[in-house]
Design a protein around this ligand. Structure first.
Ligand code: BG6
Length: 513
């Protein structure tokens, strides 16, 4: 039996987190994700000495390319997107591990060729038949790929031989509950759940991993981490860019499916989960899953009070005039796809009862900023807080996910001088200034985790489906309101006034980021 390893987030466990010799096959190896993220991530981890001694990479795709072409393609991607500069002395060693096999994802013969190529690479590099298949392909091709892999004998059963076949699947896993279930059914028919790694790259971000360390590696937060002391939580994922060249996908998806169903709900589960009794992958994932079970469903009656969707109109971005969403290339005429969504969400369990979680995400906002803010309850309205017209600012713990990764705590302090004047100040920790170098990219961590068999930061089947169940209720309510007018916000602003009202009717405000 393959077993998911203990997670090394806690110190002292890192020796069990050892990547195994393997070949990584990138389906769609000649594509954008491979170019921008996967090949640079592998390069960085190789340079840092984190990859196993024996490994190889095999790009598999339709493009006409040979090994040399793939190496040039990788080099270009690394030179442009890598965290660390390309080191000419190290490059030949890395390049030598890169290979390419041309073929169609639906053609049985291509898989027979892939198998022969894998065996040849494995014998040359002394790799014991361990294979990781990374599906960086459109979801419509997943089924064909998985079935062909199985047919060609490329999926090794969990037979205790110590050799493994693992598969990595990128989002989107479905566009609604039914399609997510269908993709999961195909995956689980051909692979055991323990061989499947569903990526949500937000879970690989350094600051996101730090949520668990912050909560359970310090004694001061957990006693306060509940409805007695916390007034509300805000999660913001703001993006500066518009839909760019991805309208073909995005216009069918929208912000709720693209960002909330996965990334934002995962951030929410890490903030809200109960302490795990061990760092085992499945225990952590069980606890995250419990949060999803407790999310209060937003139905047709609730939708207008709890969810605001909007589209960006024309405006300015970095001083340049930019078109509105509906004018973007590839967006359907009269599209009602939301590029912004804000939600008020409740978690109906003992810890969080009555605490609102305000979530918002959008494209074409004034800046790129992702933050989780925990706002504590105000002090009683006496002493320093007696003046109702100038209430004291409450304590806020802000976790900055990106781009200025760090953590800050807002506290009230006395302004120096003879009078008692109170001023909110920030105790600030920045990764950049404390640790110097740039944090590894999410994909670096996640690829190494798969090589080590650690599934903690991946989505289990039940997680994906539970989040879709919750999202589906909103999609259904929206479907009933199809003809409804969609609010607009000017490109380069913080979203529509309706979203301000969502939070302001509760006597609260969105944070200024
Ligand atoms: C992706 C979404 O999953 O995440 C994109 O499909 C979004 O629309 C991206 O831009 C954001 O990721 P990051 O790491 O840049 O915050």
């Amino acid at each position: 039996m393959e077993r998911h390893l203990h997670n090394p987030l806690t110190a002292g466990l890192s020796d069990v987190h050892r990547p195994q010799p393997c070949t990584l096959v990138i389906f769609g190896g000649g594509g954008d994700l491979s170019h921008r993220k996967l090949l640079p991530a592998l390069y960085n981890q190789a340079l840092d000495g984190e990859l196993p001694a024996n490994y190889a990479v095999l790009g598999f795709a339709l493009e006409e390319m040979n090994d040399e072409g793939f190496r040039d393609f990788a080099r270009e991607g690394i030179e442009t997107f890598s965290r660390q500069k390309l080191d000419p002395a190290f490059w030949p060693d890395f390049a030598h591990k890169l290979h390419f096999q041309q073929g169609s994802f639906t053609d049985a013969e291509a898989y027979d060729g892939l198998k022969r190529r894998l065996e040849e690479i494995e014998s040359r590099f002394g790799i014991p038949g361990n294979r990781i298949y990374y599906l960086a392909i459109p979801p419509s091709l997943i089924e064909a790929c998985v079935q062909q892999l199985k047919r060609a004998g490329l999926v090794m059963p969990l037979d205790g031989s110590g050799r493994f076949s693992r598969i990595i699947v990128e989002k989107p896993i479905g566009r609604d509950l039914a399609s997510a279930r269908q993709i999961n059914a195909v995956l689980c028919k051909n692979f055991n759940e323990e061989q499947i790694y569903r990526i949500d790259h937000y879970l690989g971000k350094e600051t996101v991993q730090n949520i668990l360390v912050m909560r359970f590696g310090n004694s001061i937060f957990e006693p306060l981490w509940n409805s007695r002391y916390i007034d509300h939580v805000q999660i913001t994922v703001a993006e500066e860019e518009g839909v760019g060249t991805r309208a073909g996908y995005y216009d069918q998806a929208g912000a709720l499916r693209d960002m909330v169903q996965n990334h934002i709900l995962q951030l929410l589960t890490l903030i809200a989960m109960e302490p795990p009794w061990t760092m085992d992958a499945n225990v952590i994932r069980d606890n995250r899953q419990d949060v999803l079970h407790c999310l209060r469903s937003i139905d047709r009656k609730e939708i207008d009070r709890s969810v605001i969707r909007a589209q960006y109109g024309a405006g300015f971005w970095r001083g340049q005039e930019v078109p509105g969403y509906r004018r973007e290339e590839g967006v359907a005429n009269g599209s009602t796809t939301e590029s912004y969504v804000a939600l008020k969400v409740f978690i109906d369990n003992w810890r969080w009862s009555g605490v609102p979680f305000y979530l918002r995400t959008g494209k074409r906002m004034p800046k790129r900023a992702s933050e989780i803010a925990i706002q504590f309850k105000s002090v009683p309205p006496i002493f320093f807080n007696a003046d109702r017209s100038h209430p004291l600012e409450p304590n806020v713990l802000a976790l900055n996910i990106q781009p200025n990764e760090g953590l800050s705590m807002q506290i009230a302090t006395k302004l120096p001088g003879p009078k008692v004047k109170i001023y909110p100040v920030k105790m600030d920790f920045r990764y950049g200034s404390t640790f110097g170098e740039a944090s590894p990219e999410a994909y670096e961590r996640l690829l190494v985790d798969v090589m080590a068999g650690d599934a903690t930061l991946f989505m289990r089947r039940d997680t994906v489906e539970s989040s879709w169940i919750w999202i589906q209720a909103i999609l259904d309510a929206w479907a009933d309101n199809r003809s409804r007018w969609l609010p607009e916000y000017e490109a380069g602003t913080w979203g529509p006034v309706e979203a301000d009202r969502l939070i302001e009717t509760d006597g609260r405000k969105w944070r200024l980021l």
